[in-house]
Design a protein around this ligand. Structure first.
Ligand code: H2U
Length: 350
């Protein structure tokens, strides 16, 4: 019998945050590809687009005019998925098989910059810091509503991620319940904290910083790691070195470090296939349910869909829909590839 080798033999890895497993098939990375190839979009965009509903001074679909903003601009989503209005459910189902409950919330759109053709990796650190400051203000303001218990800050970047507009922007969905991913994470963090009186992610990051094999970049206050249990080929996580639960626990210095590390990883992403790299990213942090959450540890996920070029993306289909998530390239190999990429954005190359 052969000795088990993580780089050659199929195996499963456990995600301690969601308590889910992922199947890793590292021997399969040389498999021939005859599937979909998408058109790579490298068209040059203007700094201002008169038809963009997010550009300063332009009109949105409902007729509202955007101000002539110069930094970040936040507005309530005109097509909100959640509504603030309180409703009374007169006929709650008594069956555990037909559970349903009304959900209240507030949806916002955050324009990161007035410039239409800029993306986070091309923004200055000072301007990314202003985005983080806006996220802090929104977390506080939204979390102060008595019916808001969780504030989800996220970005969908790129048309392949369903992003409707290239103008740099993200969204915030604040709601009365903990969304499923947050509830799962919360349970795991709580269980670990109760058993060890320590943060699961602090312990995890300390191990990763010793091993170094999945760390992509780090600075004084944050590190970027391809998680041991990553699902997406180039999935990463920014984890704070210090244990704090939410974005408002971040000091001034940490805020600048956070901006630097966001820029650092997104520049590497763009450099990977010399394209504006698509992803969904989002901050996972303490709920705003007016309860202390010493178990929470601030972190940010990046889930990029691209697999082996600017045009080949990974689909979560077949076995993954029916069984569990699966990846070919090992997280260690992905981390090494990202680590070896230049830190200067490819568009600035001489
Ligand atoms: P995405 O590109 O990630 O889909 O985000 C754009 C959001 O902007 C989307 O949620 C909102 C959409 O509802 N929007 C407005 O609020 N007003 C508009 O005039 C167009 C789009």
């Amino acid at each position: 019998m052969q000795t088990f080798n993580t780089n050659e033999h199929p195996h499963r890895r456990f995600n301690p945050l969601t308590e889910e497993w992922v199947l890793v098939s590292p021997h399969r990375t040389k498999r021939p590809w005859q599937g979909q190839k998408e058109k790579s979009h490298s068209e040059e965009l203007p700094a201002y687009d008169p038809n963009c509903y997010l550009c300063p001074g332009n009109e949105r679909s409902n007729g509202t005019k955007n101000p002539h903003y110069t930094d970040c601009f936040v507005f309530e989503n005109d097509f909100a998925a959640l509504l603030q209005e309180e409703v009374f459910n007169e006929n709650p189902s008594k069956s555990s098989l037909f559970q349903l409950k009304p959900e209240r919330g507030i949806n916002k759109v955050v324009c990161f910059s007035p410039q239409h053709n800029l993306t986070i990796p091309e923004m200055e650190v000072t301007d990314i810091t202003k985005v983080i400051q806006t996220w802090k203000e929104q977390y506080l303001e939204l979390g102060n509503h008595d019916f808001i218990n969780y504030v989800q800050i996220f970005e969908n970047k790129g048309a392949v991620m369903g992003c409707s507009n290239p103008h740099p922007h993200g969204q915030i969905w604040a709601q009365s319940s903990l969304p499923t991913q947050i509830e799962k994470t919360q349970k795991s963090l709580q269980k670990y904290f109760d058993a060890n009186k320590k943060s699961l992610l602090k312990d995890y990051l300390e191990e990763e910083l010793k091993l170094k094999e999945r760390i992509v970049i780090e600075n004084e206050h944050f590190a970027v790691v391809v998680p041991f249990w990553a699902i997406w080929p180039y999935e990463t996580m920014i984890i704070s070195k210090r244990h704090f639960g939410s974005i408002i626990g971040m000091t001034k210095e940490e805020t600048v470090s956070f901006a630097e590390i966001i820029k650092g990883i997104t520049v590497k992403y763009d450099n990977l296939f010399e394209t504006s790299f698509p992803y969904s990213s989002g901050i996972h942090q303490a709920p705003t349910d007016r309860t202390a959450h010493p178990e929470w540890h601030f972190h940010m996920h990046f889930y990029p869909p691209l697999l082996r070029s600017a045009t080949v993306k990974k689909f979560m289909v077949g076995y993954e829909m029916m069984g569990e998530a699966q990846r070919d390239i090992s997280p260690e190999k992905s981390a090494a590839i990202l680590r070896d990429l230049p830190t200067l954005h490819y568009k600035l190359k001489q």
